[in-house]
Design a binder for this molecule. Structure first.
Ligand code: NIG
Ligand code: FE
Length: 402
């Protein structure tokens, strides 16, 4: 058991409503949890490995609460096609888009998938000290291939010492085998694949893509009823390209988060507030798709809906590994304040993953996941996009620094 003490640090605890700034404090941890926070002179006696923070800031470990990290292939051809004026929807309707990644991912071995995903996770850690990451399936679309992705996702977490939570996103798009019959595909998921995935312990929650190029609200509702029946939490890709009422739907069904939410209506925002559903903003996907409809930030604020920020890392709409870039874009493109962006990758990201009791703030009893940042003020983390090698990330007993 390694007990550590961190002295000479400034803390941004992310408790309350702002950054939760506490200066002139020290913090102790055991190999799993934060055990004490207070003035150094009052530190409980113990056998600590002492770490001198040299006046640096400590923030909770950053959480990337929405990624599709495990896949094969690349979509450079679509990038060019879109620059020439084709839309994401047109490309999807012609059989490209998600389905082109499905083809490459089905052909890839599990070890090839985990190696490529590990490289991406290393970049994420180095850039932003990411200590928890969400990884969704959705590029396999049949039992074996979805299971392969989910196993690779767990491997990557083990390998890199990062906490991983996995989402089952079989309802990402209709696979070729079910081409003209998405209802039959949803039946297959509900009756066969989902129960097996849950039974084998491969997944933490169920996700879907409710969209004109994905699944209808009715199909989504059927899937979510089955997920809830099995005790699985739900999250949803909602209102990204059009308003089908997805954010309202997932909120009404008690979902953890509605993600993308560019086209979300005020009525759906009200449902989110009622049910405590988090709005997960994905500004790098908004940017990469040259979307012009911004999420209703003022409405989220007015109604008190918590906002998270994530990379949405995937090969088609967000080929980026920098959570700090996502935070920066959330500020520049959507008008978040740096404090909101920082809360978006800590406490609110924890809520979006249902992990707010374990991570997301610096509080006694929470996981000892945090990063020491050599910056003058936490906002510098959001504004300064040059490589920030000057951070040290601790996840439980391990130091996981670049
Ligand atoms: O979150 N919106 C749907 N799913 C992904 C994109 C998937 C893809 O194009 O490969 C997203 O943006
Ligand atoms: Fe996504």
């Amino acid at each position: 058991m390694a007990n550590r003490s961190f002295i000479n640090v400034k803390l941004a605890t992310m408790t309350g409503t702002g950054l939760g700034v506490v200066t002139n404090q020290a913090m102790t941890t055991d190999d799993k949890k934060i055990t004490w926070i207070g003035p150094e002179s009052e530190m409980p006696p113990g056998n600590y490995i002492e770490i001198d923070g040299k006046g640096n800031w400590v923030l909770p470990g950053f959480i990337d609460c929405h990624t599709h990290l495990v896949y094969a292939g690349n979509r450079a051809d679509e990038f060019e096609a879109r620059l020439e004026g084709k839309s994401y929807k047109q490309i999807a309707e012609e059989g490209g888009g998600i389905l082109s990644t499905v083809k490459a991912t089905r052909e890839a071995s599990e070890s090839k998938l985990s190696i490529s995903a590990s490289i991406r996770l290393i970049l994420m850690r180095r850039d932003s000290g990411v200590s928890t990451i969400d990884i969704k399936s959705g590029y396999g679309l049949d039992f074996e291939n979805e299971a392969k992705i989910l196993r690779a996702a767990a491997d990557v977490g083990e390998e890199e010492g990062v906490r991983v939570r996995r989402g089952y996103l079989a309802a990402h798009t209709c696979p070729p085998e079910f081409k003209s019959n998405p209802d039959a595909y949803i039946d297959q998921i509900i009756n066969e694949d989902l129960p097996r995935i849950v039974e084998e312990g491969l997944v933490d929650y169920v996700d879907a893509f409710c969209e004109n190029v994905g699944f209808t609200p009715e199909q989504t509702r059927r899937l979510f009823l089955a997920a809830k029946h099995l005790g699985m939490p739900i999250r949803l890709h909602a209102d990204q390209l059009s308003d089908l009422g997805g954010a309202g739907l997932v909120a009404e069904m008690g979902g953890l988060s509605a993600d993308h939410v560019e086209y979300t209506s005020p009525a759906s925002v009200a449902r989110m507030r009622e049910h405590g559903t988090v709005a997960v903003l994905l500004p790098t996907a908004f940017y990469y798709l040259q979307e012009t409809q911004k999420p209703p930030i003022a409405e989220f604020r007015r109604q008190g809906v918590p906002m998270a920020v994530a990379t949405d890392h995937n090969p088609g709409t967000s080929p980026f590994t920098s959570l700090r870039l996502a935070m920066n874009m959330a500020c520049v493109l959507f008008g978040l304040t740096p404090t909101e962006a920082l809360r978006g990758v800590t406490i609110n990201a924890a809520k979006a993953m249902g992990l707010q009791k374990e991570i997301g703030t610096l509080e006694v009893g929470k996981a000892a996941d945090f990063t020491l940042w050599d910056v003058e003020h936490p906002r510098d983390i959001v504004l300064e996009l040059a490589e920030m090698g000057q951070h040290r990330t601790f996840i439980g007993e391990k130091e996981n620094s670049p």
